[in-house]
Design a protein. Structure first.
Length: 386
């Protein structure tokens, strides 16, 4: 098959969808398929040059976050017939509506991967933004979903929740697995490398957060809960890793400083490659008390590194994790986050290691990129969609 992904940006800072596209694309190419990507990036953007899949950057764009490009729809009309399927990754930017404009009424099938962007959490948390989206929804995203060959969700819970965001909603829903590559398993070497680069963390019991530093991720809950518990655990250290586009880190660090815990909280910025994997392998547990998380690639990556994951029940794969015994789950509140951390701190070293082993087993069973690639391939197969 020849597949084209349509995505707003291939910049790694844009979050999980592009990482999933890269990893799934690599697997499909290894299986003999062709995978290409069209994005709204400008050709001169620095992250375009080293992108590992054939890329068509159709920017630059206008109109702020909507990212309109007058090159997108003509390019799609001219080139999309060359592909067996087009997969639109994500909503609310011009790549989706522009693809619908180009492909409606044609024989080229397109599919939409919502990546959690229809979660009703956004409606409850940002009512004014949701009202703005309503103005856009009937003539754009509604039509995009309605006319798609299928709309893809990563789990049953995401599919059900998506129906609650807009009453004007119609599409063919399909649940496909989502996953990521098995992380490097030379954990001891990667951990030592990481700790050599950050000697202040040696000998500490490390609690890791890795992701965008954003209110949606519950970073404030994590820091607050940590500050409540850390005085009784002087060897405990919270490590925050990820980009701070919302400028939230100074406030989080100030909160720890006010409690006299400045030496027990670190922000390392964004880590990549062996630096990132070293952080995973060096930590004792991974925490994500998110208010909304469609899948959580970082959660799966931590599980692949055999680490217990301490998450909220707003991470949509929490049921699978809890059933597999690879983590602890609580409400996305301060009390819920504090309870989850407390339960982990109460475990013996062997119990925590066993939870990590169970996390790894759950990863291998449910969250590999190979299972995701196969599921998507079966869904978009021309034979299935005749």
């Amino acid at each position: 098959m020849k597949i084209l992904h349509a995505i707003p940006s291939v910049d790694a800072r844009s979050g999980g969808p592009i990482e999933g596209v890269k990893q799934m694309g690599s697997v499909l190419v290894g299986m003999g398929h062709q995978v290409e990507v069209a994005s709204l990036d400008a050709p001169e953007d620095p992250w375009v040059k080293d992108f590992p899949l054939p890329l068509h950057p159709l920017g630059p764009t206008r109109f702020g976050g909507f990212r309109y490009s007058d090159r997108w729809t003509p390019w799609m009309r001219a080139h999309a017939p060359q592909y067996d399927a087009v997969i639109v990754d994500g909503l609310w930017q011009y790549h989706g509506f522009g693809t619908w404009r180009a492909l409606r009424g044609t024989r080229t099938p397109y599919f939409v991967f919502t990546h959690g962007m229809l979660d009703p959490w956004f409606k409850r948390t940002y009512p004014l933004k949701h009202l703005k989206k309503w103005l856009y929804w009937p003539w754009a995203e509604y039509r995009l979903l309605r006319d798609a060959r299928s709309v893809l969700f990563t789990c049953e819970e995401e599919k059900i929740q998506a129906r609650e965001s807009f009453w004007l909603y119609r599409c063919k829903e399909v649940v496909v697995p989502f996953g990521t590559r098995l992380p490097p398993q030379n954990g001891e070497a990667l951990s030592e490398r990481f700790l050599a680069a950050h000697p202040e963390l040696k000998g500490k019991r490390l609690l890791l957060f890795l992701g965008r530093i954003h209110e949606k991720k519950g970073c404030d809950l994590l820091v607050s809960a940590f500050c409540q518990l850390a005085p009784k655990h002087p060897d405990l250290h919270l490590v925050l890793v990820g980009p701070d586009d919302a400028a939230a880190v100074p406030g989080l660090l100030a909160q720890a400083k006010e409690r006299g815990l400045a030496q027990q909280v670190s922000w390392l910025g964004m880590l990549k490659g062996d630096d990132k994997w070293g952080a995973f392998h060096a930590c004792d547990a991974f925490a994500l008390p998110s208010h909304q998380e469609n899948f959580g690639i970082a959660v799966a990556e931590a599980m692949g590194c055999s680490k217990p994951v301490l998450i909220s029940n707003k991470v949509n794969i929490w049921r699978e994790i809890e059933a597999g015994g690879g983590g602890l789950v609580g409400d996305d509140t301060l009390a819920g986050t504090q309870d989850t951390l407390s339960r982990w701190l109460a475990l013996t070293s062997e119990q925590s290691l066993d939870m990590g082993r169970r996390a790894h087993a759950t990863f291998m069973q449910s969250f590999t990129v190979e299972s995701m690639a196969q599921g998507v391939l079966e869904t978009v197969s021309p034979l299935r969609n005749r």
